[in-house]
Design a protein around this ligand. Structure first.
Ligand SMILES: C[S@@+](CC[C@H](N)C(=O)[O-])C[C@H]1O[C@@H](n2cnc3c(N)ncnc32)[C@H](O)[C@@H]1O
Length: 365
């Protein structure tokens, strides 16, 4: 089967590398990675991908120029192989740079065409839609319609541990990408000096402990008849056995804000990491550690005019923090274009990434 793992702009290559580690060969496209896989492999992708947003099954793809062509194409898909007789199917849509530009019409036609095919195949007068819910998406781009079934359900960043958001939290998927892009290795401790609600710390600990990000959550495809129940159960058990919290050593964080810290502690506990990651209240301007870690952080960006100056001062303080710890390294994400100037040094490596809609740079020193 054909699948597409969606990802934020700039991290498609990381998703492809993650798929490679699952023995799945993928090809990067804008906004994600396309790959061929068995349903069991697609389940593994849901369970293990740290940086992808969703895993979508491509039910069909074809050039369409008229609503009639769209209808014919969608009825030609073997829906009976994907959907049980009582499936409830909700259709969403998007159109760009195509002859067919009415999203509502494309949605309605797709829905009607699926119902038509189901009625014919199952020899029923109407679709009851009383069973499992399936999310179908019709995405038309450059006159090519891609019909998609969402195998993930909730987006993959929803690992289950983050129940409350602090100030400007990082998406879990982006946080995992930053850990992977950073020069962190097994011989160096990691410290986040402005850890906020703790997303970078949890994702770093999960990577270190070989903990599948989706271990304690469900995926839409788990209730689909075409996905192999026994195999998925085994894959989950295997993932459970791989989780080794004793591998989590030397990951710590601090923040100036006591409220952010209590949230962080709650998230660490909910992530099953209580007692494994040390966090404490501390202004980074006076932070002294007795080791030389990799400082990995998501400091404030100062988007609001009044905050800009204090942010710039904080970037100078980050430089002083690094210099107070000889042998340490620092990696930070920021949307502030003057980060390097304020830090007072050119980064050894830079990468353009998006934090939501904000264009950022990930700078490694
Ligand atoms: C963008 S938020 C970090 C969000 C975090 N990555 C998360 O996922 O929740 C920036 C954090 O920097 C902290 N901060 C600001 N100034 C600080 C300082 N001088 N020392 C330590 N932390 C500071 C804020 O309290 C805030 O929690």
């Amino acid at each position: 089967m054909e699948f597409f793992a969606t990802a934020a702009f700039g991290i498609e290559g990381i998703v492809r590398n993650e798929l490679e580690r699952l023995d799945i060969h993928g090809v990067c496209e804008n906004g994600g990675v396309r790959f061929s896989a068995s349903p069991a492999q697609a389940f593994s992708a849901n369970l293990w991908l740290r940086t992808a947003d969703r895993v979508l099954l491509i039910a069909g793809e074809k050039k369409v120029l008229t609503f009639e062509e769209l209808f014919e194409f969608v009825t030609s898909i073997r829906w009976e192989e994907y959907l049980p007789k009582d499936a409830a199917f909700h259709v969403t849509g998007k159109c760009a740079r195509s002859k067919l530009m009415s999203v509502r019409d494309c949605q309605a036609i797709t829905k009607k065409a699926i119902a038509e095919r189901m009625k014919r195949s199952y020899k029923i007068a109407w679709c009851p839609e009383t069973g499992t819910e399936y999310r179908v998406d019709v995405a038309i781009h450059g006159d090519v319609a891609r019909i998609i079934l969402d195998t993930s359900g909730d987006a993959l960043n929803r690992r289950g541990y983050r129940t409350w958001n602090g100030e400007a939290p990082l998406r879990e998927t982006l946080a995992a990408a930053l850990v992977m892009l950073s020069p962190w290795n097994a011989n160096q401790p990691l410290h986040d000096p402005c850890c906020g609600s703790g997303t970078l710390l949890v994702e770093a600990a999960y990577i270190r402990a070989d903990r599948a990000p989706g271990l304690t959550r469900a995926f839409a495809c788990e209730s689909w008849p075409i996905f192999p129940q026994k195999q998925m159960k085994l894959l989950r058990e295997e993932a459970c056995a791989r989780f080794n919290p004793s591998k989590i050593m030397d990951i710590s964080g601090s923040d100036i804000d006591p409220n952010a810290l209590s949230l962080c502690k709650r998230h660490l506990k909910q992530a099953g990491l209580g007692g494994r990651v040390t966090v404490f209240e501390q202004d980074l301007r006076t932070l002294h550690l007795n080791h030389a870690p990799l400082f990995l952080c998501n400091p404030p960006y100062g988007e609001r005019l009044g905050d800009r100056k204090s942010c710039e001062a904080l970037y100078r303080d980050l430089r002083a923090l690094r210099d107070r710890h000889p042998g340490s390294r620092l990696a930070a994400i920021s949307a502030h274009p003057g980060f390097e100037r304020c830090f007072g040094q050119r980064a050894a490596k830079k990468r353009r990434l998006y934090n939501g809609r904000l264009e950022c740079e990930f700078l490694v020193y």
